[in-house]
Design a protein around this ligand. Structure first.
Ligand code: T5A
Length: 245
């Protein structure tokens, strides 16, 4: 299925890279995002990690309301608008300034979550979500969305093993979470900027796969030749070795 968020041209003013990790609860997004951040920092790249909903003071305050565990009842439409309210701040205060400065934004969830949870999960119309989301983001889309795929039961079991209680959205039940998972798989079907990965492999394996995707997609950023001892030894002259960054 074509990404319902597609259709707005890439922002030519931005210089950085916008990468998003997505998937059902407990699939390993945060684990992978942290490993990616370490990797990028090790490469000397200016990367920044943030979560959605959240990422800004107002976004974190909205997150408190959205994920409250005390049985707060929120209409699906209200839930959508609160997610988008948090996103509007996140894009303007964090993502856009970072991208314009040439940084790499690593986001733990973004607009694909809204299509999966509020669209496929809650049943709100995808076209309406696209229209409202476009207003919230000003048309800014990620360069690549990595969707980790896992049966929701396994994701929930992982969360339980680490002692994490279900939040308001996770408590919506198995049928809801199944629709979300199916939604993610459909969203990844048509768009080349939404990639589905097997989230059931070990964290190391998933990380290696993500890195190889990033090297292949963005070689100018992640696949630069590195100056190893062997490279230096093989260099015909000192001058040639200056070609290595
Ligand atoms: N939401 C969000 C919407 O409804 N609409 C929207 O538009 C947006 C943006 C956010 C909630 O908001 C909803 C979706 C969510 O319900 P959240 O807490 O940010 O909630 O998201 P969760 O998915 O609930 O976060 P988790 O931290 O629980 O899940 P992760 O990040 O996917 O998983 P992670 O990395 O924390 O790992 C969970 C456990 O599994 C282990 C980890 O060590 C950890 O214990 N693990 C693995 N175990 C085995 N194999 C692997 N490969 C593993 N990777 C991690």
């Amino acid at each position: 299925m074509r990404d319902p968020g597609a259709g707005v041209g890439k922002d030519s003013a931005r210089k950085g890279l916008f990468l998003v990790l997505e998937g059902v609860e407990g699939v390993g997004k945060t684990t992978q995002a942290r490993l990616l951040l370490e990797w990028m920092e090790g490469l000397g790249l200016p990367a920044c990690l943030a979560r959605e909903p959240g990422g800004t003071p107002s976004g974190e305050a909205i997150r408190e309301i959205l994920l409250a565990r005390e049985g707060l009842h929120i209409q699906a439409e209200t839930e959508l608008l609160l997610m988008l309210a948090a996103r509007a701040a996140f894009v303007r205060e964090v993502v856009r300034p970072l991208l314009e400065g040439g940084g790499i934004m690593l986001a733990d969830r973004f607009e694909t979550s809204t299509f999966a949870y509020q669209g496929f999960g809650r049943g709100l119309p995808l076209e309406e979500i696209r229209r409202l989301n476009r207003f919230a983001t000003g048309g800014l889309h990620p360069d690549l969305v990595l969707v980790l795929d896992l049966p929701w039961e396994e994701g929930r079991a992982r969360q339980q093993r680490e002692g994490k209680a279900a939040d308001r959205i996770e408590s919506a039940g198995g049928a809801f979470l199944e629709r979300v998972r199916v939604g993610y798989r459909r969203l990844a079907e048509g768009g080349s900027d939404v990639v589905l990965l097997d989230g059931s492999a070990s964290p190391e394996r998933v990380q290696e796969e993500i890195r190889s995707i990033l090297r292949a997609r963005f070689p100018e950023t992640f696949d630069l030749p590195r100056c190893s001892e062997e490279d230096t030894a093989d260099s015909p002259s000192d001058d040639d070795s200056e070609d290595f960054p």
